[in-house]
Ligand binder design. Structure first.
Ligand code: HC1
Ligand code: SF4
Length: 594
C-alpha cells in the first residue's frame, strides 16, 4: 500500500491508483469534465488539477498516479483560481440557452458553473485572459454548420461542445467506428466528422453512445418529447405506448431501492399517470420475434438457406450491415425487430379490436436506444389508413432519458405509485423476452424455445446457458437441436456485442478462422441495457448491475418461455395463423438493403 495525504488527512491506497481514484474513493470532490469512468483517460480538460507538495505546478488528478508520501491539496487558492478561469473561458464560449437545452438539469457543465459560481456578467478569466479570443467558425469556414440533424436518431449542436473529447473516445473505444474526431488547429479546434460531413453521410450507425457520455447537450438523442407531450395533453387521438425490456431495469436503477428489483409495475403506473391510454409490453413482441425467428432458423436448417443467420433486432447493427457490410444482407433474419413487430400488430390487430384505423392511434415506443428512432422512420414500416395514405407503425420513439424528462416535467415519481399492470392483449411477456435487453438474451430465449419445439431429448436447463451470459464481447455455445427427420444437430451459436467486437469477429468469420450457424449481434457493449438512450451514469458498474437485475427477474419469473406466453398462443390462433404464415410475413418480416 502507498501512504498519501489529502488535504491533511492520511490514507493508504493501492499502488497505481490515480490521485482522482484515491480522492473519489475517500469522499473528496475533484471537478472533472473529460474524465468518464468507462472511457480511457484523456486528461485534456485540465479541471481536475491538484496541488502536490514538491511539484512546481498543479498536476492533473486523472493522469497522475500516487507515490509514497504524496501530499495532495484539492482546494489550494491556485487550484481554485485555475479551475474558475478555465470554466469562465468555457462559459464565455457556451450559448446561454440552458432553458431549452435537452440536457438542462442533467448537465455536468451546468453543475460546475453553479458549484464554482461563474457569473456570466463578471467573468473570472484573470490568469489567461489575453491568450484566447472568441472563435467565430463561420468566418474561416463558411460551409460549417454547428447543427446536425441529418439522422433521425442523434442530434449535434456543436455550439455547446466543451471539447472534452468523450464522444470521440466512445465512438472509438466502444464501437471502433471513429466518426468523431478533433479537426482544425490553433484555437479553431473542434469536434467534427470525416470531411465535416453531416452524420447521415458518414458510417455512423446512430447507436448514440456518443450522446450517452456527452457531459453537456452538444450530442443528444434527437428529441421527440414535445410532440409526445402535445398528444398526451390534447388527447385528440388514442395515445398508446410500448416499453422495451431495458427500460424497466434502467428506471429501477434511477428510482428504486434494492427491494424493488422488478420495477415493471411502477414503470407502468408512471406511464399511466403520464396519460397514455394503453400501455403495452415490447416483451410480448420479443416473444413473437422468437416464434418467427426460431421458425426461420429451423426452416433454413431443414430446407437450406443462407448461413450464418444473424439476428436483426438491433437497428445499430442493421445500419452497420447496410453501410459497411452490404454483402451480409441476406444473412440477416428477415424478422422485423420487436419494436416494429409490436408497431405493426398495434396498428392492425389491436386497432381492429377497438374498431379504429391506423391513423386514429398514436404509438410511442419507449426505447433505451437512439437508433430505434431511425428504424421507426424507415419507409417500409407503414400501413395504409382509411384514406389510402401511408401511416407509420410507430409515430414517435423516445429514449429512457426522454422518458425521464417527461416524468420530471409532469412531476411524477413512479417509485411512489402503487404497481399497475400492462393492458391486454399485447401486455404479457415472458422473462425470456425480457432477456432480449442483455447481450446473449435473444440467443438464450431462442435456444429455450427451439429446443422445446424441435423436441431435443436433453434440453439445456433454464438459466444454465452460462457460456452466453455475462459482459464478454464475444461468446459462443454449441446447441443441440433436432431437424425434421429427427436427427440431432449441433448448432454453433455466437453472441457478439459492441461495434469494436463485431468488426473483429466479422474479420475472423470472413477469414474462415471462425464458423457459426446462428449469431446474435448487438451494437452497444452489453446490449440494450447499455443503449445510447439510457440515463447518463457515473457508476462504472451500472451495466453489470442492470444485467444482474435482468437475470434475477428471469430466475423469479413464472413465465420463462416465449412459446408458452398465452397472448402469443392467442395472437396466432385468432389472427396470424402460424409462425411464418402469409399474414405473419406481411406484418412481421422485411428485407434490408444490400
Ligand atoms: Fe432492445 Fe429489442 S432488446 S433491440 O435491445 O430486440 O432498444 O431493451 O426493445 O426492438 O424487445 C432496444 C431493449 C428492444 C427491440 C426488444
Ligand atoms: Fe459513433 Fe455511435 Fe455516435 Fe455515430 S452514434 S458517432 S457511431 S458513437
Amino acid at each position: 500500500m502507498v501512504n498519501i495525504s489529502i488535504n491533511g488527512r492520511k490514507f493508504q491506497v493501492k499502488p497505481k491508483t490515480t490521485v482522482l481514484e484515491a480522492a473519489k474513493a475517500n469522499g473528496y470532490y475533484i471537478p472533472t469534465l473529460c474524465y468518464h469512468p468507462r472511457l480511457p483517460v484523456a486528461g485534456n480538460c485540465r479541471l481536475c488539477l491538484v496541488d502536490v507538495k514538491g511539484s512546481w505546478k498543479p498536476l492533473t488528478a486523472c493522469t497522475t498516479e500516487v507515490w509514497e508520501g504524496m501530499e495532495i491539496e484539492t482546494d489550494s487558492p491556485a487550484v481554485i483560481e485555475t479551475v474558475r478561469s478555465s470554466l469562465s473561458m468555457m462559459r464565455e464560449e457556451h450559448p446561454n440557452d440552458c432553458m431549452t437545452c435537452e440536457s438542462n438539469g442533467d448537465c455536468e457543465f451546468q453543475d460546475l458553473i453553479y458549484r464554482y459560481q461563474i457569473d456570466a456578467k463578471h467573468p473570472v478569466r484573470s490568469l489567461l485572459k489575453h491568450k484566447f479570443k472568441k472563435t467565430n467558425h463561420s468566418i474561416t469556414e463558411p460551409c460549417y454548420s454547428p447543427f446536425d440533424n441529418s439522422t433521425f436518431s442523434v442530434a449535434r449542436d456543436m455550439n455547446k461542445c466543451v471539447k472534452c473529447g468523450r464522444c470521440i473516445r466512445a465512438c472509438h473505444h466502444f464501437q471502433n467506428i471513429n466518426i468523431l474526431g478533433f479537426i482544425n488547429r490553433a484555437g479553431y479546434e473542434r469536434v467534427g466528422t470525416p470531411m465535416d460531413r453531416p452524420m447521415n453521410f458518414t458510417k455512423c450507425v446512430e447507436c448514440g453512445q456518443c450522446s450517452q457520455v456527452c457531459p453537456v447537450g452538444a450530442i443528444t438523442a434527437r428529441t421527440e418529447v414535445v410532440d409526445v407531450l402535445r398528444h398526451l395533453d390534447t388527447k385528440r387521438k388514442v395515445v398508446v405506448c410500448s416499453t422495451a425490456p431495458a427500460i424497466r431495469v434502467a428506471l429501477a436503477e434511477e428510482f428504486s431501492t434494492e427491494a424493488d428489483f422488478d420495477f415493471t409495475g411502477k414503470m407502468v403506473a408512471g406511464l399511466r399517470k403520464l396519460g397514455f391510454d394503453y400501455i403495452f409490453d415490447t416483451n410480448f413482441s420479443a416473444d413473437l420475434t422468437i416464434m418467427e425467428e426460431g421458425t426461420e432458423l429451423i426452416d433454413r436448417l431443414n430446407n437450406g438457406g443462407k448461413f450464418p443467420m444473424f439476428t436483426s433486432c438491433c437497428p445499430g447493427w442493421i445500419n452497420m450491415v447496410e453501410k459497411s457490410y452490404p454483402e451480409l444482407s441476406d444473412n440477416l433474419s428477415s424478422c422485423k425487430s420487436p419494436q416494429q413487430m409490436i408497431g405493426a400488430v398495434i396498428k392492425s390487430y389491436f386497432a381492429k379490436k377497438l374498431g379504429l384505423s391506423t391513423e386514429d392511434i398514436i404509438h410511442v415506443s419507449i426505447m433505451p436506444c437512439t437508433a430505434k428512432k431511425g428504424e421507426a422512420r424507415r419507409p417500409e414500416f407503414v400501413q395504409k389508413g382509411k384514406d389510402g395514405k401511408d401511416y407509420p407503425d410507430i409515430d414517435y420513439v423516445i429514449t429512457t432519458r426522454e422518458l425521464l424528462t417527461l416524468l420530471k416535467l409532469k412531476k411524477i415519481n413512479p417509485a411512489e405509485l402503487p404497481d399497475d399492470k400492462f393492458d391486454s392483449p399485447l401486455g404479457i411477456g415472458s422473462s425470456a423476452g425480457n432477456l432480449f435487453g442483455v447481450t446473449g438474451g435473444v440467443m438464450e430465449a431462442a435456444i429455450r424455445t427451439a429446443q422445446v419445439i424441435t423436441g431435443v431429448e436433453n434440453p439445456i436447463p433454464l438459466g444454465e446457458l452460462k457460456a452466453i451470459r455475462g459482459l464478454d464481447g464475444i461468446k459462443a455455445a454449441n446447441v443441440p437441436l433436432k431437424t425434421k427427420d429427427g436427427k440431432e444437430v449441433s448448432v454453433r451459436a455466437a453472441v457478439v456485442s459492441g461495434g469494436a467486437n463485431i468488426q473483429k469477429f466479422l474479420e475472423k468469420i470472413k477469414n474462415k478462422e471462425l464458423e457459426f450457424d446462428f449469431i446474435e449481434m448487438m451494437m452497444c457493449p452489453g446490449g440494450c441495457i447499455n443503449g445510447g438512450g439510457q440515463p447518463k451514469s457515473a457508476d462504472p458498474e451500472i451495466v453489470a448491475k442492470k444485467m444482474q437485475r435482468m437475470y434475477t427477474m428471469d430466475d423469479q419469473a413464472k413465465l420463462r418461455l416465449c412459446h408458452e406466453n398465452p397472448e402469443i398462443i392467442d395472437v396466432y390462433k385468432n389472427f396470424l395463423g402460424e409462425p411464418n404464415s402469409h399474414l405473419a410475413h406481411e406484418l412481421l418480416h422485411t428485407h434490408y438493403n444490400d
